[in-house]
Design a protein around this ligand. Sequence first.
Ligand code: RAT
Ligand code: ZN
Length: 419
Amino acid sequence: MRTTLAETSRAGLAKQVEDIVMSAPVTDIHTHLYDPAFKELLLWGIDDLLVYHYLVAEGFRYFDLPYDKFWSLSKTAQAELIWDALFLQHSPVSEACRGVLTTLNAMDLDVKKRDLPVLRGWFASQTVDEHITRCMELAGVRKIFMTNSPFDDLERPVWEKGFRRDDRFAAALRIDPLLLSWPETAPMLARWGYKVEAGVPPRKTFDEVRRFLADWTKRVSAHYVMVSLPAEFEFPAKNITTQLIERAVLPHCREHGMPFALMLGVQRATNPQLKLAGDGIGLSNLAVLQNLCAGYPDNKFLTTVLARENQHELCVLTRKFRNLHPFGCWWFTNVPHLIDEITRLRLELLGLSFTPQHSDARVLDQIVYKWQHSRRVIAQVLVDKYSDLARTGWQVSRAEIERDVKDLFGGAFDHFCQH
Ligand code: RAT
Ligand code: ZN
């Protein structure tokens, strides 16, 4: 069969877009990875890949053992159960399972042998420094944003002691306990020397919370402040969370020119027996975001939403507010089917002024699959969009495609943070 000129040029365009998207360096704006100075807090290797909470939830679909029994096992025993249930007893077709195989394959490991001890042996012979470089190269990631919580008892002492920063890792100040568990958090701040009062706090308390935020922003060199909020979150409301946001967090962000990043729509502990794997999802009321963006035009809001049903509304709100920047296909939306849908929706409603993806990696190796999988989907969506343009007679040059991809992979985020 003869190919038409249009087909030939679409194939050429597709190849060009794929080459560019698959190789463009990316800034990963939200992960749970750590600078190597945090030692064992930076997770990597086959066992951590297998006990990832996304896989734990899937494993329990098949396990025939009580939750407590699973949690009492060592990491290696848990990993073996997951390997057996999700890779050996059934084909590993889920996104999280496929991800493990994409990662291993990218590292030139032979997945078809299904040989866990051999895989373990290979990882045991790597050093963390080499492995960071390898994973970042394979993923094409040039900068990794961490999630840095002063409330984390393992993380906090490392910051307090101080260390030489690895400049591939940037910081983000995570403040969930401050906003969501004030009665427990206030006494902690008081212990750390901030003159705060729980109950009905006087003005001084908010000034002290600002002092706390300023100290930690400086200590970690944070680029933005972040919180993950439950689906039922309301703003403004007559509660301490609203007061803390209005009187401490937003003024702090304005003063320091930092975005406030909101991750909306989690339902914590839907099944507490699954621990970290037990969180669920809920529909958010995005009037919250409208109230924030309209009420605080001098603040900037980075936002991702967990519910598929909230994605369209987020795009429409973004069209109304320049101080709003959507990012990522978060957690349960980080599957090819939804990345495709959400990325198309965003491009069609917003052009290139958003950040299509972040990895949310908890294990270093995951950046390899999360970025490879997302890049493939993003490339296909872009090919379609540029092909639609070609039908009007508008042709994009290689330099223009490179410019657009650069914006999607960190440029638009940098611009949003800096202006
Ligand atoms: O994607 C995840 O691993 C979740 O458990 C959460 O960490 C979420 O991304 C968050 O940052 O709250
Ligand atoms: Zn996260």
